[in-house]
Design a protein around this ligand. Structure first.
Ligand code: DC
Length: 229
């Protein structure tokens, strides 16, 4: 069966990574979480004095770019890839609130995007890859054989996040989460470099009213259509 590139883009909190990871595992492809790479650069900034008064020192970061090496290694316990920064497993560290709150400005820097896109394209050379993010179908792999653009209503995404945080025992306010979801959508769609946009040839998946099983089934069908030819 021929190997292809699968690009999954979409809004935050719409389950992109879960579906991308599950699909990759099922079809034996490599899964790359491109957001994790921007998070790893952000962690590097925090650990190397490149953040001052909550601002990224962009000029200094530019000088450090060639010292930042990001890779992924399969975790045999979870069956999923962990993110490594200069040879160190940072999978947990990149998911903290501190990193989350600084990653947007880092991901908006043109020289950071250029470096990450070059690394992402190298990872896709041999095909057989599922990559998720915001600009995969438009900028990283404009020729990807299968492109999916995932969305769900802001209310549904906020409700899912609310349930997740509640289950972790956190005190949460639905209205606050909804505002945050809408604000992130706006930033993602309006930033200057590589804004979030549906590629003309991407299939639209609105999963507002789909179960995980229904979504999996749909995705598998799209994959089979592209590879059986
Ligand atoms: O998907 P995520 O929340 O882990 O992404 C982290 C940040 O990186 C978020 O601000 C969006 C940004 N991002 C991006 O600009 N381009 C990508 N291909 C992936 C993520």
């Amino acid at each position: 069966m021929k190997k292809i590139i699968i690009a999954i883009d979409g809004f935050s909190s719409c389950g992109k990574s879960t579906m991308a990871k599950d699909l990759a595992r099922e079809i034996g492809y490599i899964y790359i979480d491109s957001g994790a790479m921007y998070r790893a650069v952000t962690l590097y900034c925090l650990e190397n004095g490149l953040v001052e008064n909550g601002q990224i020192k962009a000029e200094a970061l530019k000088q450090h770019m060639d010292k930042i090496c990001i890779s992924f290694q399969l975790n045999p316990e979870s069956g999923r890839p962990d993110t490594y920064l200069n040879g160190r497993n940072v999978e947990e560290k990149i998911r903290t609130m501190q990193v989350s709150s600084l990653v947007s400005p880092v991901a908006a820097l043109d020289f950071v995007r250029e470096a990450m896109v070059t690394q992402q394209q190298a990872m896709g050379k041999a095909k057989g890859i599922v990559m998720d993010g915001r600009d995969i179908g438009t900028t990283v792999f404009p020729d990807a054989e299968l492109k999916i653009f995932v969305t769900a209503s802001p209310e549904i995404r906020a409700q899912r996040r609310y349930n997740e945080l509640k289950a972790k025992g956190q005190t949460v306010d639905f209205q606050e989460i909804l505002e945050n979801v809408k604000q992130r959508d706006y930033i993602d769609q309006h930033r200057e470099v590589s804004p979030l946009r549906r590629a003309d040839d991407a299939l639209l998946l609105d999963n507002s009213h789909l179960s995980i099983e229904q979504q999996k089934q749909w995705l598998k069908e799209q994959f089979e259509k592209r590879t059986m030819i």
